[in-house]
Design a binder for this molecule. Structure first.
Ligand SMILES: [Zn+2]
Length: 431
């Protein structure tokens, strides 16, 4: 069977294991993967915090003899309501060239491509000339990875160690102007959520002039969030992204305008990557309708580029809110993280890409949200970890709405594209 067919068949099989998290129940899917990789010549270990929810690490070669390339994925999914779907979410149907089902994009397709590529290499007799190839399939990503990636890098630190890692987070073709761009996800933004508190004095709501209503003081602050966002702050990855788009990073606002002019959909992807973003999402004041509040609290979801932290978030909040009597307090401080868009893994992707898309060009992107790459970058500070699941047929505007949505499906040809990519990158990095 060709690599394409092996990867597509495995995807269908994986979709048929219901791994909705909670409860996850990843064990049977992991056993299926373990059998394939063991049969091909990998040494497979499974470890987990809970017996029904193992994580899998399969190793080919000697990790002490050279670089280790890890192919990472998670095998749990979010839930699905069959009533909303055209095909049963656990059917794995192949219909009109698409594989249908929960996890078809996020991310059993990548699991299938990684496992099929690794198994084909190994069963064909290939072995790393130096270093090792690891296939790492974890549980529990969709609920934060405490039993999955985070647990694995802590409890099985050496087993899970990698120098290079490919995970989810990018790779669909992004049509832009006349170009075909492929985002390689180099980082994830940090989360620095904060509250803004205004104070007054409480009183009876029937006599409003006698008290000092804290909620009315919060109103103008909310308006300021509507009127402005903090100034752009370009980290190197954001500069590289703008340059790749042919925009001048020395003037980020003008650069963003030029992206908007070319394709506003692309601007929606690019703009959160250019600096700190803030979105007020909650407000609370009086507990009772007839009591004027002495205190009102606005809660703000704030995302900060990797490399920047609390100080930059606070400066950005002060810039937007201006001087005043309000108080700012951080509720959550999780720094972002990134890997530089350069070096051997970057080059390997760039060399492979023309073999599937002669007009394709790799560009660095970042996610405003979270993937398991965070756990690996924290555990192994030297690692180069990218999100890359190349899809030459389905573009990012087609795939994005399907992630966690109804009728999740993938163009079957793209599963083969990705499998060939992982095979080529492994051979390039490990000899
Ligand atoms: Zn995912």
């Amino acid at each position: 069977m060709s690599l394409d067919n092996q990867a597509v068949t495995l995807l269908q099989e994986l979709i048929r294991f219901n791994t909705v998290n909670l409860p996850g129940n990843e064990g049977p899917a992991q056993a299926h993967i373990a059998a394939i990789l063991e049969g091909a010549g990998f040494v497979v270990e499974q470890h987990g915090a809970e017996v029904d929810r193992p994580n899998l690490v399969a190793t080919l070669g000697d990790p002490t003899s050279g670089p280790v390339l890890g192919l990472l994925s998670h095998v749990d999914t979010v839930l699905a309501d069959p009533a909303d779907w055209t095909h049963d979410p656990w059917s794995g149907d192949l219909h009109d060239g698409f594989v249908w089902g929960r996890g078809a994009i996020d991310m059993k397709s990548q699991t299938a491509a990684e496992v099929a590529a690794a198994a084909e290499l190994a069963s064909g007799g290939w072995r790393p000339e130096r270093g090792a190839l690891k296939v790492i399939v974890v549980a529990d990503e969709e609920r934060g990875g405490n039993l999955g990636a985070r647990w694995l890098v802590r409890e099985q630190h050496e087993l899970a160690r990698c120098d290079f890692l490919l995970n989810e987070g990018g790779g669909e073709v992004i049509p832009y102007g006349g170009e075909r761009l492929y985002g390689v996800c180099c980082g994830e933004k940090g989360v620095f959520r904060f509250s803004v508190t205004t104070r007054g004095t409480a009183g009876h709501a029937s006599m409003p002039t006698l008290s000092d209503n804290a909620l009315l003081k919060a109103g103008p602050l909310l308006e300021r969030f509507a009127e402005s966002q903090p100034d752009p702050q370009l980290i190197p990855e954001a500069k590289a992204l703008l340059e790749a788009l042919g925009a001048d990073p020395s003037d980020p606002r003008a650069a963003l305008e030029s992206v908007v002019a070319t394709d506003p959909r692309m601007a929606a992807i690019v703009s959160p990557l250019l600096g700190v973003t803030m979105a007020p999402t909650r407000i609370r004041a009086s507990e009772q309708i007839n009591v004027i509040p002495a205190r009102a609290v606005i809660e703000v979801d704030c995302r900060v580029p990797p490399g920047l932290g609390e100080q930059e978030a606070l400066a950005a909040a002060n810039q937007v809110l201006g001087a005043g009597e309000h108080e700012i307090e951080f509720l959550e401080k999780v720094p972002g993280n990134s890997s530089a868009p350069e070096g051997e893994l970057w080059d390997a992707i760039g060399e492979w890409l023309p073999s599937e898309d002669p007009a394709g060009k790799a560009i660095p992107v970042m996610l405003p949200g979270y993937t398991d790459s965070v756990a690996f970058r924290e555990a192994y500070p030297e690692i180069t970890a990218y999100g890359f699941f190349p899809q030459t047929n389905m573009d990012i505007y087609e795939t994005s709405p399907l992630v966690h949505g109804a009728d999740e499906r993938i163009d079957a040809r793209d599963v083969g594209v990705a499998a060939r990519c992982y095979s080529a990158v492994a051979r390039r990095l490990l000899g």
